[in-house]
Design a protein around this ligand. Structure first.
Ligand code: SF4
Ligand code: SF4
Length: 329
């Protein structure tokens, strides 16, 4: 591990590698399945492996590596090699829609990673398949969970659920299902500005109004029930504070967002082309295919971008789902 690591980088505990670049789903709240604007060539498996060595040198083995989109990570050619390389050095987690987890993929996963989060947005195939734009996606996700659990009792399996208008009626039943299942936990996200669309701070009133929970009474009831479940020790992973945040956000999105601050200290994000950005909507501070990680993170541009993010007052809906290090309760 590199000595004299700058103070502001010592808090980084998670590194998100956006390794996947394609998706087989057509989700209603994510448009990574549309052709994406890439300013450069995507990272090869060999580029990611080189980066893993730099991450080990820079941060030591305590970093959690999360391998995710834009897209479905298990569709990435060479994913087995990447999981193997990352799993040798770090604890590794992945996010997946579960669709391609057959017995072979389940073995690769259970042999190399610590945790997997599988998307599940309802207790019925009708709701989940509709939200995910993919017939059969509900049964595939449930089957993937069964396969993984059969192969490993120790793999941490969570379900990741986006709360939006379409599934508000199924959220509580889903938690009840998780309680009875062999899944370790459920992580909720509140629907926010969809991925891979033009920035629109009023998205929830404009083109994507249909995603936004409209019935405020129902929002109150569901969120209060989730808070009660969490307080009683259910398998909900989100802290009570975050669930309260979701409730406030759904009831008053503009006012609520202004109270939060961007968590630039906790997470390092590397994009599919190797770009590092402090803020998702600003310029990259460098590219790991061109410059050493140490140089990029210690640069003046990186410091300027960090300061901008600290002071950012944008009504940015990405904030509501960032609760990386606030401690559970
Ligand atoms: S949410 Fe996941 S599965 Fe759905 S389109 Fe986006 S990357 Fe694909
Ligand atoms: S809160 Fe500001 S700095 Fe953070 S991602 Fe949103 S726009 Fe960027």
């Amino acid at each position: 591990m590199i000595e004299n690591i700058p103070d502001n980088l010592k808090k980084i505990k998670i590194c998100d590698l956006s390794a996947a670049a394609n998706c087989n789903f057509k989700c209603k709240m994510c448009f990574f399945w549309r052709p994406q604007k890439n300013d450069g060539q995507t990272m090869s498996i060999s580029d990611w492996k080189k980066l893993i060595l730099q991450l080990e040198e820079f941060f030591g083995p305590d970093l959690l590596i999360n391998i995710s989109g834009p897209g479905e990570v298990l569709l990435l050619k060479g994913i087995e090699e990447l999981l193997l390389a990352a799993g040798r050095k770090f604890r590794v987690s992945i996010n997946s829609n579960g669709y391609v987890i057959d017995d072979t993929a389940a073995k690769i996963i259970t042999d190399n990673i610590e945790s997997i989060s599988i998307s599940l947005d309802g207790v019925s195939a009708r709701t989940h398949d509709y939200i995910r734009g993919m017939p059969g996606s509900y049964s595939a996700a449930v089957l993937a969970i069964e396969r993984l659990r059969k192969k490993s009792k120790t793999l941490i399996i969570t379900v990741s659920t986006v709360i939006l208008d379409y599934n508000l009626d199924e959220v509580i039943d889903l938690v009840n299902w998780i309680e009875r299942s062999e899944v370790n936990g459920i992580i909720f996200q509140a629907v926010s500005l969809p991925n891979n669309i033009a920035y629109d701070p009023m998205w929830f009133k404009n083109e994507f109004k249909c995603l936004w929970p409209q019935d405020t009474e129902k929002v109150r009831t569901v969120m209060d029930k989730l808070i009660e479940y969490k307080s009683q020790g259910s398998k909900i992973v989100n802290p009570v504070k975050q669930l309260e945040c979701f409730k406030e956000y759904f009831l008053n999105p503009q006012l609520h967002i202004k109270k939060l601050r961007c968590e630039v200290d906790n997470v390092l994000k590397i994009g599919s082309c190797g770009d590092i950005k402090i803020c998702d909507f600003s310029q990259p501070i460098g590219n790991v295919k061109i410059s050493p990680l140490k140089e990029i993170l210690a640069s003046e541009l990186a410091q300027e971008e960090r300061l901008k993010a600290y002071e950012c007052k944008s009504p940015c809906h990405l904030l509501v789902n960032c609760f990386h290090d606030n401690g559970g309760e």
